[in-house]
Ligand binder design. Structure first.
Ligand code: DGJ
Length: 718
């Protein structure tokens, strides 16, 4: 690879996408200064940028010489000194990667700050590489991936918070003085309680389609820390990186410490524009097989839970095939040759079939799937073991545990995480997948689960000096293992599941095709969860399943039509026992699946326009996906509150071509009579200025009426 050095006199470094620029002052021998992030600057404006005033802030503030402000990096040198004084040494461009190398003025200590752009994406990725040539290890106590100053003003933060079963709840608030931190310390799963992505709306309260908006996503599977310090200066100071708490890192001479990517996007089309930027970038560069339509699947979990039996598996496969589905996934409960997996107490680690349940093994199931014309998928939780397992009995040293205190266990009272920083454990995790896929090459899909956090901070593999490497090494081990799996099995579909939505993070998506959004399959609550998730993730990443009613998590009774209309707005699947459905329900599902196949390319590859937010409590929520060429769109509308004579808003669409005419067709229709506008054509201009008046009830027989109402409309340009 040829590295071309920018001329030594160059001071201004511009990093450009088609529509945005980051501008730095990289004068050699001086601190790297951040000058600008915003719409792409013309060369003329860039030339006079400094004269306009603005930030001349250190682009990667280090602790030591300045001690008052928040910093991006802090270290303890080999000699115990705690200061850093970093100046620009050089700037290099290698294709679309720009690297500014900073060197300490005294110590042989360097930080490379990298920026990567993509010709087709409105995202700038930044990350750092830290190295040194000191006589012995330097301790890194803070190591952010990046820092961004944002001019003080009426800046609003959009972030996602939540809990198991209630993930990705959208919260929007003005930034006020003080330090706002968003963090994760689970060790393994990192998106149940908070997300490592934010948006900053620079023009006051966030608007969907207008207003300057910065989006930031830390792409890391482990513990993270996002900080926004609104201090005495005229800036909000944003830092993002690995959570350094209990994670100081001893960097050996010559070793390079690479921080995870922080993806930044800028949009003048509000939070909607920032979301679309993330979706396009993610689909193009940061998730597996994003150009491949996802199969419609039935997952066994809520249908049979641990009660896996060959007969039921065969019946479920027959049912999903009959409904038009394309894949069956056997969830938890199939393994455990000695300690049986009849509940959550045993056998994680022993990935051999329980022949009491499956006398013909996995081969019997892949044969059955093939006969039905569908594909077969399987659940594993390879990063974990149970104390009641052969693996734990043979290798107790492979778990994360310390021996001085009574060990704390997770799910089922016996679950414990494997020490994935240990190469021997990486081999085991790799071989779990390798063995399955070698023995049963017809396995098409893996649901990769992770249901525990790190407890009992302790690794038998790490030296006592390096116990603080545990969290970071775990995720390096995970990345290495997933790299090996993907090198050998590039085609298999892999879902990231972590006790529901615990791994909705761009950090894992390069290896995964999708994530399980939440263990909560209640359609009404899913509207809120999926809405929040959509701020950063495209529909193709969001596994969204029709489940039984009353719902197993909320006990709410929701009609099939509404459940289906919500699941269809993501990657459609089913999560129930189809044999419990009536034949009328099966007919309805069969029709819905057939129609989803028609809208699937628009939902999975289209651009998202959020129209009415469920969080605004207007009684409805609505969104639209438009195909990249704007020749097709799918409009979703769900009534989220039902009050007699409530005035619901008429929803105005977006993302269409004003000059085209779109014919309207209702998908998943249950009404006896078609809607007034069925088959009629409207201009994009009209649909985006006025919209269609949707009846808030369904025209169905009295006995079928419920409190729920929803619509899916396909718009096709003529
Ligand atoms: C948690 C997952 O989120 C569920 O979908 C299911 O796979 C269970 N684990 C199985 O134990």
């Amino acid at each position: 690879m040829i590295m071309s050095a920018i001329s030594a006199s160059a001071e201004i470094v511009d990093i450009n996408t088609q529509a945005s620029s980051i501008i730095l002052d990289a004068t050699p021998g001086r601190p790297l200064q951040f000058l600008y992030y915003g719409p792409k600057l013309s060369p003329a404006d860039a030339a006079v940028l400094k004269a306009a005033g603005g930030p001349r802030l250190n682009a990667y503030p280090a602790y030591g010489m300045t001690t008052v402000s928040e910093t991006a990096i802090a270290v303890r040198h080999a000699d115990g000194n705690m200061t850093l004084d970093l100046n620009v040494e050089s700037v290099k461009r290698d294709g679309h990667v720009t690297t500014v190398t900073l060197k300490d003025t005294h110590y042989p200590f360097a930080v490379d700050i990298n920026y990567r752009t993509w010709p087709d994406s409105e995202v700038i990725e930044t990350w750092t590489e830290i190295s040194h040539d000191e006589p012995s290890a330097v301790t890194l106590t803070q190591f952010a991936s990046g820092y961004l100053p944002v001019r003080f003003g009426d800046v609003w933060l959009s972030s996602l918070w939540g809990n198991w079963g209630n993930e990705a709840q959208l919260e929007q608030e003005p930034l006020t003085h003080g330090l706002k931190s968003i963090k994760n310390k689970d060790g393994i799963r990192n998106s149940h309680y908070a997300h490592s992505e934010i948006m900053l709306s620079l023009d006051g309260k966030p608007r969907e389609e207008s207003g300057r908006t910065i989006g930031a996503a830390l792409c890391y599977s482990g513990n993270y820390l996002l900080r926004i310090d609104t201090d005495h200066s005229s800036y909000h100071h944003f830092f993002a990186g690995i959570n350094d708490e209990n994670s100081e890192y001893h960097l050996a001479p010559g070793e390079r410490f690479e921080t995870p990517v922080l993806a930044l996007t800028y949009s003048e089309e509000g939070t909607g524009g920032a979301s679309r930027n993330f979706h396009r970038w993610g689909r193009a560069h940061r998730m597996a097989h994003a150009d491949r339509e996802r199969k419609i699947l039935l997952n066994s979990w809520e249908g049979v839970y641990f009660d896996i039996k060959e007969k039921e598996m065969a019946q479920m496969m027959a049912d999903i095939a009959d409904l038009g589905g394309e894949l069956f996934v056997m969830d938890d409960g199939w393994f455990g040759p000695v300690y049986h997996r009849d509940d959550a107490k045993a056998s994680l680690g022993d990935w051999t079939v329980d022949t009491r349940k499956l006398p013909h093994g996995i081969k019997g199931l892949t044969d059955a799937a093939r006969k039905r014309g569908i594909r077969f998928g399987i659940w594993i939780e390879p990063e974990m073991t149970d104390t009641m397992s052969l693996l734990y009995r043979e290798h107790p040293e492979y778990v994360i545990e310390e021996k001085s205190h009574k060990t704390r266990y997770g799910r089922g009272g016996n679950q414990i995480a494997l020490d994935l920083g240990n190469p021997a454990v990486q081999d085991i995790v790799f071989s779990i997948v390798d063995t399955l896929l070698t023995k049963y090459p017809e396995i098409d899909y893996i649901k990769w689960d992770a249901n525990a956090c790190i407890k009992n901070h302790g690794s038998a593999y790490l030296t006592s000096d390096n116990q603080s490497h545990l969290y970071i090494d775990y995720h390096r081990g995970l990345a290495r293992t997933l790299d090996r799996i993907r090198a050998k099995y590039p085609d298999v579909t892999i879902q990231a599941c972590a006790g529901g939505g615990g791994r909705a993070n761009w950090g894992v998506m390069p290896w995964f095709d999708e994530f399980w959004v939440s263990d909560n399959t209640d359609a009404l609550q899913r509207i809120f969860i999926q809405w929040g998730t959509s701020y950063f993730y495209p529909a193709i990443a969001m596994a969204s399943h029709i489940s039984a009613t009353p719902n197993h998590q909320t006990l709410r009774t929701i009609p099939l039509k509404f459940r289906t209309d919500v699941a269809m707005s993501g990657r459609l699947g089913m999560e129930m026992q189809p044999k419990d459905m009536t034949s009328a329900e099966k007919d309805q599902c069969r029709k819905a699946i057939a129609e989803y196949k028609e809208i699937r390319p628009v939902v999975q590859f289209g651009d998202l326009y959020r129209l009415v937010s469920p969080y605004d409590r207007k009684g409805v929520a609505s969104l639209l996906y438009a195909s990249p060429g704007k020749d097709k769109a799918v409009f979703f509308w769900w009534r989220t509150e039902n009050f007699r004579n409530k005035q619901y808003p008429r929803v105005v669409m977006n993302g269409l071509d004003p000059d085209r005419t779109y014919r309207v067709r209702e998908i998943n229709r249950i009404d006896r009579k078609p809607l007034a506008f069925e088959g009629k054509s409207f201009s994009g201009r009209f649909l985006m200025s006025t919209g269609l008046e949707l009846p808030v009830t369904h025209d169905v027989p009295a006995d079928d009426r419920t409190e729920y109402s929803s619509r899916v409309l396909l718009l096709e340009s003529e």
